[in-house]
Design a protein around this ligand. Sequence first.
Ligand code: PBG
Length: 344
Amino acid sequence: MTGGGLPGRRDPGAGRSQGANPGFARGRRLRSTPAMRRMTAQTRLAPADFVLPVFVKQDVSEPVPISSMPGVVQHSLDSLRRAAHEAAEAGISGLMLFGIPAVKDAVGSQADAADGIVNVALQQLRADLGDELVLMADLCLCEYTDHGHCGVVTPAGVVDNDPTLDRYAAVAIAQAQAGAHLVAPSGMMDGQIAAIRAGLDSAAFTETPVLAYAAKYASGFYGPFREAAEGAPQFGDRSTYQMDPPNADEALREVRQDLAEGADAVMVKPALPYLDIVRRVADAVDVPVSAYQVSGEYAMVEAAAERGMVDRKRAVLETLTSIRRAGASTVLTYWAVEAARWLR
Ligand code: PBG
């Protein structure tokens, strides 16, 4: 019996696999109807689970499509404001802002310039929305440096840890001043959380939380982001500061270190290829855990769906469910608004 008929009654002789033992717990009993499955679902999705990453580009009057991320754009200031209102209406929790300046230099000056694109955008969004959404600022230099690395580099071309920390502290203060509710350092420099916390406190932003991209892997899945944020390294790669994909224990060490330095919440990134890490981190800590479903994860599903290989909505919701099931309380995803609308 696959439906209809008396609930709970099975046609005598209909294919049973475990019927011989009457006391046997049958998995299928609790899967029989959509309502039954809804009632017994262990993981639920809600709009408030999601944060939308957004890109804002200086000196454009129209949004610019990102070819490797169909449906995602580099916003103009105006289109970002509209998108932010839509996000608030959809009930998601927040935005993660990335700025793309017109001019880049060796130290990423536009990251902390008061009139830098990301800071102007933060000011406007805060004025428009107040506290309706959590405005988060990605805190890194790679979108702002001409060499595309996440920190300042030595003449030999090596990312220089400690001078980068001073830059991060300055950027954190500028972002908080501009209206960010929270800063999210993603550069993977050693000691960055302590430096940023000290910087924020020294400027009286003692109440601004730090969400640490604590376990951030050197991932091939950032590919489309390099187009979106125009931040591809001009030489070398990020493997000397981002984590090596084979390592898992190290993620816990990074997380513990960031918490010891004062992180208020932690993130694992990417999400899907690192669900084991999400689970281990979620089990190990008592702070909120975010997972970032990155550009390549988005592109992968979009490309397969476009070719008719997977059912788009079903695949998207399944990935989001899996990330929550692995233990993330918040999911950063380019599908945030669309998924939130599906769930209403
Ligand atoms: C900046 C940063 C990156 C992403 C988020 N912040 C790129 C990188 O580290 O190379 C990737 C996000 C995505 O792929 O969606 N450090």
